[in-house]
Design a protein around this ligand. Structure first.
Ligand code: MRU
Length: 350
């Protein structure tokens, strides 16, 4: 099976597989500057909560290198400013802020800008490696939940492309279950308006050789009603302390439809996606992206000029719709507040 690496660090440069060009073209961007890296995150050339966390960490390492000639105090102040700019490029996925904050904490343990540059490069590589390991572990934990036959439906792209690479979260569970010998059929939703499902998940499923069918987002309910879907599995951008889940717009509708049709609804995410500082999903900031993503595709208008458009990129699924949360520390069941706090006990977010 081909391993997909959306983010790489090579000879002090950040290499990003440009996800805006997939599935037609595989172009790797070579990024040498932190502002370029921040722009790539904003434009979703790299996307998916864990992947933007990893890319954000490398961006802070690039910022440190650009500031290396500064005096220590000036270096730290400027690094904090640049890190804040990197961390605010996409507000919903907490992995980005988590990674940037961890990089800043590491910088504060150093005594000079030269030492910090070296330490931050190492720390970014560590964050990357940990994400790959977390995805591998959560994929193995979740595989037993998937059915041996029937249909498994996923939304958006929570595959290798959305993480540090190799496995992914929701799609990692699908891959691990398939490798265990389970023979279900995968369904992926298109995921309007950015088409992460049609362009990216479909591409990954084809690469993995897993039989799969692409459906328009609005077909999911009817498939469930006809008994063609035995479980829904999605990733997450942020999980609040009570287990409410922010994920790609449309996830909430899928969760409600799953409940209506007695279909289990699973969320797969590394613990770096959990935000215990927020009591519930009500407090999760939801990114609003440009209206043109809704009214155009590849610069071609798909709606009349003059129409208004809203483009909330994420929604929040209340925890009562979530059957289980699959993490690298095991499968968590309700009540989520206690389960999440237990899973993060030796891994508390600052
Ligand atoms: O806007 P995107 O493509 O970054 O949104 C991605 C998602 O919503 C994913 O489901 C989520 O980040 C989990 S990825 C492992």
């Amino acid at each position: 099976m081909r391993d997909i690496q959306p983010v790489r660090w090579q000879d002090g440069h950040l290499l990003l597989l440009d996800q805006t060009l997939l599935p037609h073209r595989e172009v790797v961007l070579e990024i040498t500057d932190h502002r370029q890296a921040a722009e790539a995150i904003r434009q979703m050339r790299v996307r998916g909560a864990p992947a933007i966390g990893v890319a954000g960490a490398y961006a802070v390492a690039l910022a440190a290198r650009a500031l290396q000639s500064r005096q220590w105090d000036g270096f730290l102040a400027e690094l904090e400013r640049e890190a804040a700019a990197i961390g605010s490029t996409r507000p919903t996925a907490v992995n980005l802020r988590w990674a940037v904050d961890r990089m800043l904490r590491r910088a504060l343990q150093c005594a000079s800008s030269a030492e910090a540059c070296h330490a931050l490069e190492e720390e970014a590589c560590r964050i990357h490696q940990e994400d790959v390991e977390a995805c591998r572990a959560l994929s193995a934990h979740g595989a037993s939940l998937l059915p041996s036959e029937g249909g498994v439906l996923t939304h958006c792209n929570a595959g290798a492309l959305a993480t540090g690479g190799y496995y992914g979260t929701a799609l990692g569970v699908v891959r691990a279950a398939w490798e265990m010998g389970k023979r279900f059929h995968a369904f992926c939703t298109e995921t309007r308006p950015f088409l992460q499902g049609a362009r990216l998940t479909a591409w990954e499923l084809v690469q993995m050789g897993i039989p799969a069918t692409l459906v328009v987002d609005s077909a999911a309910g009817s498939l469930m009603r006809k008994g063609e879907v035995q479980c829904v599995i999605v990733g997450a951008d942020r999980i609040a302390a009570n287990g409410d889940v922010a994920n790609k717009i449309g996830t909430y509708s899928l969760a409600v439809l799953a409940r209506e049709n007695a279909v289990p609804f699973y969320v797969a995410a590394p613990t770096s996606t959990v935000d215990l500082s927020l009591p519930s999903g009500e407090e999760i900031p939801i990114e609003e992206r440009p209206a043109e993503e809704v009214t155009r595709w590849a610069s071609v208008p798909t709606a009349p000029a003059g129409i208004g458009a809203r483009n909330p990129a994420f929604d929040v699924t209340p925890h009562r719709y979530v059957t289980a949360i699959i993490t690298e520390r095991g499968v968590l069941c309700p009540p989520y507040e206690a389960a999440l706090r237990g899973a993060l006990a030796d891994h508390v977010r600052a």
